[in-house]
Design a protein around this ligand. Structure first.
Ligand code: HEC
Length: 125
């Protein structure tokens, strides 16, 4: 009899713990949903086309989020980066970053996404 009561108490305690934990989980989920709603407009293009080279720095590509690798490129200014992305840079960087369906605005967005990720302190925007 006592054992049954004890086991019930344990179960209630466990349930309470689960509820408290789930409460925290809900908060975290809300935050994550907020983040994805505020996702950068260039993120999808990056993940589809630019990721393959820029994530790991393949063939000398400036790595995603690598402030040092990006600094001299960012210094060129966004117009030159856009022009170089359109034409490509022989031999490693293909024209349009392989995103032939990208509009100019798509490229502007995805370059901005990469530049922002490599800017240590959030920039003037
Ligand atoms: C096949 C591999 C590859 C893919 C895919 C790729 N890149 Fe690159 N990217 C490179 C390499 C390599 C460089 C370095 C070129 C150099 O400086 O010689 C580079 C450089 C760049 C630069 C710097 C240009 C400059 O003037 O310094 C930008 C911006 C860039 N890529 C944007 C993109 C975007 C945007 C995409 C996707 C739409 C993309 N890249 C896809 C390989 C790639």
């Amino acid at each position: 009899m006592i054992r049954i009561i004890v086991s019930r108490l344990v179960r209630v305690a466990a349930l309470t713990a689960v509820l408290v934990f789930t409460g925290c989980g809900d908060g975290a989920t809300g935050g994550a949903a907020g983040e994805s709603a505020a996702a950068h407009p260039g993120e999808q293009t990056y993940n589809r086309f630019c990721f393959s080279c820029h994530q790991g720095g393949i063939a000398g590509a400036p790595r995603f989020g690598d402030a040092e690798a990006w600094a001299p490129r960012i210094a060129k200014g966004s117009e030159l980066l856009l022009a170089n992305t359109k034409t490509g840079i022989t031999p490693g960087m293909p024209a349009m970053g392989l995103c032939n369906s990208c509009t100019e605005q798509d490229l502007i967005d995805v370059i901005d996404f990469m530049v922002q990720a490599a800017t240590p302190v959030s920039g003037p925007q």
